[in-house]
Ligand binder design. Sequence first.
Ligand code: SF4
Length: 476
Amino acid sequence: MDAYLSKEEIAAYHPYKLQEDGLTPKQRAQKRMQDLDLWTDKQYMGRRWGIGCVALEITQRCNLDCTLCYLSESSEALKDIPIEEVFRRIDMIFAHYGPNTDIQVTGGDPTLRKRDELVAIIRRIREVGMRPSLFTNGIKATREMLEELSAAGLVDVAFHVDLTQERKGYATEVDLNEVRLEYINRARGLPIAVYFNTTVFDGNFHEIPKVVDFFVQHSDVVRLSSFQLQADTGRGVLAERGFAITQASVADQIRKGADCNINFDLADIGHSSCNRYGMTLVSDGKVHDLFDDPTYIRKVINATAETVFDRTNKRRALESIIDTVIKTPSLLPESAAWLMKKGWEMKGNLLKSKGKVNKLSFFIHNFMDACHLEKDRVDGCVFMVATKEGPISMCLNNAKRDEYLLKPIEIQKEGVVQFWNPITGGFQKNAPEKLTVEHTRKTARGRTKEKIEAERLAARATKTADVKGQAETTQS
Ligand code: SF4
């Protein structure tokens, strides 16, 4: 059997439908992990969550054109889906996964959506009892916008900054720390957790340690740094990654930058080929691994499975852990011993920092190439995208985005069913039979842009040659 899904197998996959099986989202996730042999005593899926997170794409437009963008070639030509449809998808996610589900409000870049609609979307997610995160390249995410979104219920902001974005004036990944610092200062002091996403590719792999060191030095604000490995999917022009970039080599680069032997094998988040997670404490700029005692930490993971951490407030998050440990008397002696050991290990740093400690987590996300999808990973996926028809694995969605994007959306308007056309942005009585995008230089991005540019240059060269030929003919 081929290791990868064939085109026919990919086509046969569809978004998850709501199941009437009497199971809770967590029980369903546990069953999914068990069926795939992924259910271990360190598996978060099905223990802590019904799903890792769900991406809610509220626009397909973006103000950048990353060389490894996962979006479809069609994206820039598509209008933003109607707000009623966004709200319907929020309710659909809740029906699938329940309260406290982490929703990545993303795109495209979500800040390109009308401001009042973006605020309303964040508010709606929070009101139904789920947790909204803003996934943005940060260009339009001003302090004022972050304040407004925070007031509406935003829980986290994840800034995507790296060399694949080709921001003008930044030649190295370390140069981009200037942008990262500006974003940190925009979010500083707000009750939201700050994350950074970095795509790892051949052009920045060697700089990861220095980027990690930057996050360590700013761990008073940065709570999580996620590294996403280059994948050949979407409109990105860089295609497949080099052999040097693996989960193990990226983990080593992170350890090097943190100057700490971070354990990336203690927590399972779905499939271990997809996700690796490490958690550390930082005091006085020195990193200490939190997952250094697997037996004890596994017990804590189990004991806190039902605990909901408030990521908007460090003190409340810590109180939730203490409360859970106190309510689990069997854990008390081990917790006391672990705390003493950790305190002793960190004593010098704690003294110098006057007791200041920050939590900093690292995530390694290994997206798959669109034509190299592995069945067990897709089936065990913890990262869904909310399509019109239901949630679907992000890697699978990336492999066939247009199938969901280039479809009219049925919406009840004034008591009548109408069809919203993603290309015109208008409503019509009947569903259009087929939707195709005719690209212009304005809407072309990624690979299509390269193709259109090459055709334009070839046409210009032909025209120049013709003119030259005519001139020579006239002279002779
Ligand atoms: S299948 Fe893809 S999107 Fe899902 S968890 Fe694995 S790498 Fe992530």
